[in-house]
Design a protein. Structure first.
Length: 141
């Protein structure tokens, strides 16, 4: 099992037909973004239709998980028992994902040290045998 950052009682993400490939890849510790096979536009979160060309055809591209903090907020209220406070919710601008941004948690840093533009890298948190959540931590460059 991976390092843990959040308690078991965290509400799990909801998977549906559109997002299931993302979560299946995540369970294998692969971060993927949906890419329109019509025009190449990438999108995350996944959507059934391309916002650029309206094509419903898409595939999934694995990305590195490197990026930087686009913006963030510090949360002081728990949503699960046993949760350490405060914690950081961040929008991560992924470096090699066609310009998409991903909302996740920044872990492994004091909230006081988080800054816009901070380089980050992906870290997987195995919440169970079937569910891995992508989180991000500071990347020292
Ligand atoms: Zn498209």
């Amino acid at each position: 099992m991976s390092e843990r950052f959040f308690p078991d009682g965290m509400p799990p993400p909801l998977a549906d037909a559109t997002t299931l490939p993302f979560w299946r890849a995540a369970a294998e510790h692969r971060l993927v973004v949906q890419r329109c096979t019509g025009c190449g536009h990438t999108r995350l979160p996944p959507a059934p239709v391309c916002s650029e060309c309206r094509s419903a055809e898409a595939d999934w591209t694995q990305v590195s998980g490197r990026g930087e903090v686009y913006t963030y907020t510090i949360v002081h209220r728990p949503i699960a028992a046993g949760q350490q406070l405060p914690y950081v919710i961040a929008v991560i601008a992924l470096a090699d994902a066609g310009g998409v941004r991903m909302i996740s948690n920044l872990v492994g840093a004091s909230p006081d040290d988080v800054a816009v533009g901070m380089p980050v890298e992906l870290v997987w948190e195995d919440m169970s045998a079937e569910l891995a959540i992508p989180r991000f931590r500071p990347r020292h460059v």
